[in-house]
Design a protein around this ligand. Structure first.
Ligand SMILES: Nc1nc2c(ncn2[C@@H]2O[C@H](COP(=O)(O)OP(=O)(O)OP(=O)(O)O)[C@@H](O)[C@H]2O)c(=O)[nH]1
Ligand SMILES: [Mg+2]
Length: 193
């Protein structure tokens, strides 16, 4: 069996809660700070160049973007924690994210992305606590691993693994530049679908 990622389709960008699909299909979700690499990772998974839009300007994805592969939704969440976004807009995003997670959706797994150079920030910790509180399955994905040398990367991975919130959670190291960790992500998805 397995998922045929070549069949991935972009469905729509959702800016308000009441526009979310209501058909109860399984959802695999990508969450993390603005600029952490969510859209890039989705493009790698789908093996498409600019399917999920990637920009040099953080804060580009301000909507929940839905893709579908077979009968599964892949969900690109808006990035949080970007300083140049007004606090009012930021509140709008978190409100959307909170409603997204609180509406009894069929969320199978969330990939929580962490920038290898930043580690787990306060806003990441808030997001992780939120998922733990709501009993949402999540795995940690460390992004942009190509940006660190071997020793730096080992230290970065260990500090994420040893973070008190992460005990027993799977950690996958990735790079979209070096195409690292993508197969592990796909294997993980297979286990939750
Ligand atoms: N070196 C390197 N750069 C990466 C990697 N992944 C993403 N980037 C770069 O990081 C920047 C942000 O990537 P995006 O995929 O747009 O990040 P995002 O999390 O979707 O950002 P928002 O949509 O703003 O929330 C872009 O310039 C990407 O090219 C990676 O694995 N390695
Ligand atoms: Mg994005």
């Amino acid at each position: 069996m397995g998922i045929n990622y070549n069949l991935a389709k972009f469905l729509y960008s959702v800016a308000s809660f009441d526009k979310l699909p209501g058909d109860g299909r399984a959802e695999i979700c990508f969450s993390g700070r603005s600029n952490v690499g969510k859209s890039s990772l989705l493009n790698k998974i789908f093996n498409r160049k600019n399917f999920a839009r990637v920009s040099s300007k953080p804060g580009k994805t301000v909507t929940i973007n839905y893709f579908s592969v077979n009968d599964i939704y892949f969900v690109d969440l808006p990035g949080y924690g970007y300083a140049k976004i007004s606090s009012e807009t930021e509140e709008g995003y978190s409100d959307l994210i909170e409603k997204y997670f609180n509406s009894g959706r069929n969320i199978k797994l969330v990939f929580q992305l962490i920038d290898s150079r930043r580690g787990i920030t306060d806003s990441d910790a808030d997001m992780i606590k939120f998922m733990q509180y709501h009993g949402i399955n999540f795995a940690i994905v460390i992004t942009k691993c190509d940006k660190l040398n071997k020793t730096e990367l080992e230290n970065a991975i260990n500090s994420v693994k040893n973070h008190p919130l992460i005990k027993g959670v799977d950690v996958i190291a990735t790079s979209c530049v070096k195409t690292q960790g993508i197969e592990q992500i796909k294997q993980k998805i297979d286990r939750y679908i």
